[in-house]
Write a protein that binds this ligand. Structure first.
Ligand code: C5J
Length: 233
């Protein structure tokens, strides 16, 4: 059984077709000036640093024809899927639904809500829109994974302690084996990223594993013998 060098111990790769890459919210709204992240008072620039690493992982998964799931945090234009508590939280000058320099903040289909062009999904990859922080909340993600027999998730994206960690905990509670790729996730707060990585792998991997992207890619190369065709959404 191939393994990925990981913490707290090596991560065993599953049988054919059971492994997916999950790329969480690599959207302009979180990574570029004028989006939701900046509206909440964050310096968004550090998030851009992981883009080349996420791209390398996408390339490796695509080369192996392994499933890829991209998530997008966003709301319908009428905000009917946005709880009032989320709408008013932050008390920022620009809130969800307001007009910003990249269109309406955190609204599906607006330019600012799109995934960064360099990480854009390609045909056959799953794009999952989600109204919450966790990718399982009010989405079909669990049934998408179960229907395809996916049991193991390699998780990347932003922000580490919000949407990434929430999704990883939701997945872990549903019985999925999860590995967070350390240098393919980022936070506006370096200390929160560090703490998240530590709490995920503490207590024998209570939420899952962490590993470096190069160790993930090394485990996938040469292409795994059990690679399957890319699935369609
Ligand atoms: C946030 C996210 N931070 N994708 N969303 O609001 O982590």
């Amino acid at each position: 059984m191939p393994t990925i060098t990981a913490q707290p111990y090596d991560f065993s790769l599953p049988q054919p077709g059971k492994l997916a890459l999950v790329v969480i919210d690599m959207q302009r709204d979180f990574i570029e000036d004028g989006g939701f992240g900046e509206a909440l008072g964050n310096d968004v620039r550090p998030l851009r640093g992981i883009v080349p690493t996420v791209k390398k992982l996408l390339d490796a998964f695509r080369a192996c024809k392994l499933p890829i799931i991209h998530t997008i945090e966003g709301h319908s234009p009428d905000l009917s899927d946005c709880p009032p508590a989320k709408l008013i939280r932050g008390r920022s000058a620009l809130k969800i639904g307001d007009q910003g320099p990249m269109g309406r903040i955190l609204i599906l289909g607006e330019p600012g809500n799109a995934i960064l062009p360099e990480l854009a999904p390609v045909d056959g990859e799953i794009v999952l829109t989600k109204p919450g922080k966790g990718a399982f909340c009010n989405t079909k993600l669990e049934s998408i994974l179960r229907e395809r027999g996916i049991t193991h998730l390699l998780i990347t994206g932003v922000t580490t302690e919000v949407c990434v960690q929430t999704t990883m905990r939701e997945a872990n509670d549903r019985g999925f084996e999860c590995l967070l790729i350390e240098d393919a996730t980022e936070s506006y707060f370096p200390e929160f990223k560090k703490a998240t990585l530590e709490m995920v792998r503490a207590q024998g991997g209570i939420v899952g594993w962490t590993a470096k992207a190069e160790d993930v890619i090394a485990a996938l190369s040469p292409p795994m013998p059990f690679s399957t065709s890319t699935i369609s959404s």
